[in-house]
Ligand binder design. Sequence first.
Ligand SMILES: *Cc1c(COP(=O)(O)O)cnc(C)c1O
Length: 490
Amino acid sequence: MSATQRAGADRIESTSLDPQDWDAFRADAHRMLDDMIDYIAEVRERPVWQPMPIEVQASFRETLPRGATPLAEVYRDFTDHIAPYATGNVHPGFMGWVHGGGTAVGMLADMLAAGLNANCGGRNHVGIEVERQIVRWVRELFGFPETASGVFVTGSSMANAMALLVARTHALGPQVRDRGLDGAVPTAYASAAAHGCVTQAADLAGLGRDALRRIPFDDRHRMDIGALREQIAADRAAGLKPFLVTGSAGTVDVGAIDDLATLAELCRDEGLWFHVDGAFGSLGMLSPQIAPKLKGLSEANSVALDFHKWGQVNYDAGFLIVRDGEAHRATFAAPAAYLRRETRGLAAGSHWPCDYGPDLSRGFRALKTWFTLKTYGTERLGAMIANTCAVARHLEARVRREPKLELLAPVELNIVCFRHRDAREGSDIDAFNAAIVADLHESGIAAPSATTIDGKFAIRAAIVNHRTACEDVDRLVDAVLRFGAAREHK
Ligand SMILES: *Cc1c(COP(=O)(O)O)cnc(C)c1O
């Protein structure tokens, strides 16, 4: 009898949830792992996405399961009803929104993290140390000082909201945490092209969405800094309290990068907090070709970023870095008897991640990020990021060559916005292009998303997945032309 079998036998009478037969469990587990490796390795043979049939949806309307079901049977449900209907962002044909492709390495790391089942809210254990390693690496990558703090969060939506709170507490003083705004009317600034979560952050913080001034952008979709200066001056004159400017490093629509160096200077002059929403673009620092476009990022007071986008870390792995770690802690740390800090034992090792954000219990996101950075190395990751931009330029060139297609925005990084022309008299070109996007999704060939550029409906292809190659964007264009022609001749 092996030790694991003995341990299993001892627990037969207990209510432990461990398997009674570890060998049978091991066989199930190996099959799942092998299947999932095949799922990733053979992703090109499947459609990018497919709609869920009614029966599949119905299978998720069961009543609460009172009895047990063998693991192998639950797994069969997964292979039949779940795996085939996932988002599709593992597939190289997925070009919608800004979704990373993930890696097989990240999948393994997530499994290992689940095995450890570490709670990384705090305490004295290696999960916190690995997260600190990532903080040090991000400092190094962004040229931030030793005093900078960082913390994993779900995504940049959360990181941008937390950055606004840090900037608010820094501007109004720590008493704002107790007394609220107390009559002050703080205002924040971002480009009208900034992500919706930047406005949402003002809402969540109780400032109201109007407190976020949306500044117009230029023809390259970069914030108009003259207009920003005027708005700040007007707000000061009206007795409001400007406190924060958020620059975008890669706007979600077209991948534009605000003039971060000039914004940094303006914020220094005006005494404002300079935050960068670097959700996907800031990891461009990994590429020697892209890093120069991000000049000024190193001067930010804080940066929100997502390892799960260009970094290809499996979901989710958002991150916030703050230059002044004291200001960061002063926003979130709170004494609590049950979170007492000690100098020895498992309660040692303060400060803890829970001092840097609203989450207390949190998983081990740092592990999959650590595995990804170490396994691939920053040179290879940087080359992969640069390559997504090269694939986008290939797509841009193809769109420019096709007489039926029209480019709708400059291609700064990895996002291409275009549309199909419509020669038919009096037809609605926006509806025509929206129908083409839905045709693409349903065909399973490619999954771009859509946006509006200068009032025009745009087919938007964001090349984020490391697997997406030139032939994939060519397949996208071929399919757009085919579906467009079919609709024109209807
Ligand atoms: C994706 C994105 C966000 C939101 O990040 P999540 O990780 O989805 O919460 C914010 N800003 C920009 C520019 C983004 O691309």
